[in-house]
Design a protein around this ligand. Structure first.
Ligand code: CP
Ligand code: NVA
Length: 308
């Protein structure tokens, strides 16, 4: 069976835990190596990842490329606009061709249905590098970061502020798989996908939705936010107006636990969803979180190739 990673549930809780452990162990083991040097066991030697981008990216693009180098393989970047996809070649045919030429495919796309079509027609693993619906690779890195900073996942209280977007959907999905709780503080009209919430609740996670940002953050172990206007979204002015009360600033962070961590997948819109004082402050772990995209995705890749 080809292992696709379209959402965290494709791997499941046990595999997700294995990925977090593997990411931390490999990160520690190569601490003294130059960033581009391969890990001594080079577990993906000779393998090539094709990366298709229909949207902009800094972290996902660089971290997957570095991940493949460190695993002993390599990556090819395809900017969709300059490929035949941009001239109307179908996703299905692109999946068939890339499956003959590369060993795995990562795609960042504006429509989750496209990655499902890619997976349906690919005979190599397909990995979600962000869709309008979810961003599972980001959350593997986020969980690694939280654990690395000494917090256990079961029973963890995570507060989300701002927009009910793709990143939140994957956090909620992770909560069900890893048994932590999420308090969602978002304005009416910007709620996240109820299907992810129902799935997480069915697995025993407490998922609370509130319109009160203070209630969301009070006593939290981790506070997370993201841009109020995701790539491809319209109505920036209305979104910003609705989400302004949910800005993560010092006043709001003061409601969380004294040792609460602040996470943001980046890129940040400083002065909108987060203030400089918080993102540059002592509780922010956003640079570790960004670096961990490399380590976490190495484990996602190893899982996709049946090594975890
Ligand atoms: N967090 C994240 O996915 O960043 P990029 O958009 O830069 O890839
Ligand atoms: N929610 C953001 C995440 C960017 C990494 C977006 O989709 O644009």
């Amino acid at each position: 069976m080809t292992r696709h990673f379209l959402d965290l549930s494709d791997a499941g809780g046990d595999a997700l835990a294995a990925m977090i452990n593997d990411a931390m162990a490999r990160k520690a083991a190569r601490a003294a190596l130059p960033k581009g040097a391969p890990d001594p066991d080079a577990p993906l030697a000779g393998r090539v990842l094709a990366m298709v981008f229909e949207k902009n990216s800094t972290r996902t693009r660089v971290s997957f490329d570095m991940a493949m180098r460190q695993l002993g393989g390599s990556a090819i970047v395809l900017d969709a606009g300059t490929t035949q996809l941009g001239r109307g070649e179908t996703i299905a045919d692109t999946a068939r061709v890339l499956s003959r030429m590369a060993d795995a495919i990562m795609i960042r796309t504006d429509d989750h249905a496209k990655i499902e079509a890619m997976a349906a027609h690919a005979s190599v693993p397909v990995i979600n590098g962000l869709t309008d619906r979810s961003h599972p690779c980001q959350i593997v890195a986020d969980l690694e970061t939280i654990v690395e900073h000494g917090k256990a996942l079961p029973g963890l209280e995570l507060a989300w502020l701002g927009d009910g977007n793709n990143v939140l959907n994957s956090i909620v999905e992770a909560a069900g798989l890893m048994r932590f709780n999420v308090r969602i503080g978002v304005p009416a009209g910007y709620d996240s996908d109820p299907a992810y919430i129902e799935q997480a609740r069915a697995l025993g996670a407490q998922i609370t939705v509130t319109r009160d940002p203070v209630e969301a953050v009070r006593g939290a172990d981790v506070v997370v936010t993201d841009t109020w206007v995701s790539m491809g979204q319209q109505g920036a002015e209305a979104r910003i107006a609705a989400m302004t009360p949910y800005q993560v600033n010092d006043e709001l962070m003061a409601q969380a636990k004294a040792d609460a961590l602040f996470l943001h997948c980046l890129p940040a819109h400083r002065g909108e969803e987060v203030t400089d004082s918080v993102i540059d402050g002592p509780r922010s772990v956003v640079w570790d979180e960004a670096e961990n995209r490399i380590h976490a995705q190495k484990s996602v890749l190893r899982w996709a190739f049946g090594q975890l």
